[in-house]
Design a binder for this molecule. Sequence first.
Ligand SMILES: CC(C)(COP(=O)(O)OP(=O)(O)OC[C@H]1O[C@@H](n2cnc3c(N)ncnc32)[C@H](O)[C@@H]1OP(=O)(O)O)[C@@H](O)C(=O)NCCC(=O)NCCS
Length: 166
Amino acid sequence: MSSLPAFQLRPILAADHAAVLAWNAEHVELLSPLDADGLRELLALADQGLVISHNGADIGFVITFAAGSAYQSPNFRWFSARRDAFGYLDRIVVEPAVRRAGIATRVYDALEERARDLGPVMCLEVNLEPPNDASLAFHARRGYVEVGRQEAHGHVVALLEKDLTA
Ligand SMILES: CC(C)(COP(=O)(O)OP(=O)(O)OC[C@H]1O[C@@H](n2cnc3c(N)ncnc32)[C@H](O)[C@@H]1OP(=O)(O)O)[C@@H](O)C(=O)NCCC(=O)NCCS
């Protein structure tokens, strides 16, 4: 029997937009700015936009893209210029109160399963200057490796990827 916490992923609906914008605003220095129009545009181009629930409460969100999307993020374009096929995680937030409980681990298990069909590589970026230590530790532990760096949204980011066939 698993000791991991109960969690659920469901599509972001219009009724969730205010919560998603609030989660993004609370972590904007780790993600990138997002307003209501931007969220609608993001979701129209995304592969998946999901609310993360834990024990019945909504505790975060995640948005992913697939290769070939018209998404103009400089980090997504960085991978698009180098790979024909990949899954891309644009942003994730797990609320502080439920961190270090294995929630993001469960979310990534599901997302990487899907990216296996899209890639089979999962790509993303993490702030390096200033460093997002929690995210860097999380991704290192999961086997993500740095394949490049660039400046975007006023930060130096590490471009990370994970070969899902390994
Ligand atoms: C990064 C984030 C999604 C991780 O979510 P989480 O649910 O707490 O992660 P998990 O509980 O599944 O962590 C799994 C492992 O990753 C590592 N890890 C996660 N957070 C860590 C931290 N703050 N410091 C060191 N290691 C950490 C640990 O090895 C952890 O295992 P352990 O708790 O058994 O030691 C969460 O911290 C978050 O939402 N941060 C704010 C937004 C953000 O930075 N998003 C990513 C942008 S790239």
